[in-house]
Design a binder for this molecule. Structure first.
Ligand SMILES: [Zn+2]
Length: 239
């Protein structure tokens, strides 16, 4: 009987520790090592628009078109595998003057990866992006925003910043929420210095693509300007 109680207690402790680690790995505003930015404190009315995943053949051009028509420069976190599969799309992102970030090679969860595998994911994605002639900074955004020990440690050793976000309408509502609702959520909740996370590269992202012009117009009406992630970080550094 005693053994059963002891075993049950051990299980509860292990489950609690695992849950705590799981929760910690998802935090938007902190990690164990290195520099993380999820928003900045600023009095200037600026926000950064970030678009994750891709490039994809179907939806890169429509996204670029929306941004071009609105005159907005965004930050695209691309995966190395998709850049290699569709270099013309990635090239179009770069040529349009957007910032590009590293979003891993193949979008696997990186929490349990070895340092060797993390370094390979970073290195090969960097190489795929640099092969396009992109010379800007290459910040990193973890797939699913998940990071725990090894990933932040490797990033810190490479002196790289982890870019998270502070506004996430698709998670707060739903990926298939009506575009007007996604847009209203962003327009109402965004504050100066925020980093907005959106996805637009897949067929399941119809609502987000439709919301994008509404979000841009609504935030402009509130007086916000759009800057890249690096411009946002530079503003914080200049404070
Ligand atoms: Zn992603």
């Amino acid at each position: 009987m005693k053994r059963i109680v002891l075993a049950a207690a051990c299980l509860i402790v292990v489950a609690t520790v695992l849950q705590a680690l799981f929760d910690y790995s998802r935090l938007r505003d902190r990690q164990l090592f290195g520099h993380l930015v999820h928003r900045i404190d600023t009095d200037r009315p600026v926000v950064a628009l970030t678009l994750d995943d891709g490039p994809t053949r179907r939806f890169t051009a429509p996204l670029l078109d929306i941004l071009d028509k609105a005159g907005v420069t965004a930050t695209f976190f691309l995966t190395g595998r998709e850049v290699t599969a569709f270099p013309e799309g990635a090239q179009a992102v770069v040529d349009a003057g957007h910032e590009v970030g590293n979003h891993s090679w193949n979008h696997r969860r990186m929490v349990a990866m070895t340092p060797w595998e993390v370094r390979r994911q970073l290195r090969e994605t960097d190489a795929a992006i640099r092969a396009l002639g992109y010379e800007g900074p290459l910040h990193f955004r973890p797939p699913y925003g998940r990071k725990l020990v090894v990933l932040p440690w490797v990033l810190a050793r490479q002196d790289r910043t982890t870019i998270m976000w502070s506004v996430e309408p698709e998670t707060d509502l739903a990926f298939d929420a009506p575009p007007q609702d996604l847009a209203a959520h962003v327009i109402e909740t965004t504050q100066a210095g925020d980093i907005i996370l959106l996805h637009g590269m897949y067929s399941g992202n119809d609502s987000s693509r439709a919301a994008l012009p509404l979000i841009i117009a609504g935030l402009r009406a509130r007086g916000f300007d759009f800057v890249t992630v690096s411009e946002l970080i530079a503003l914080e550094a200049a404070r």
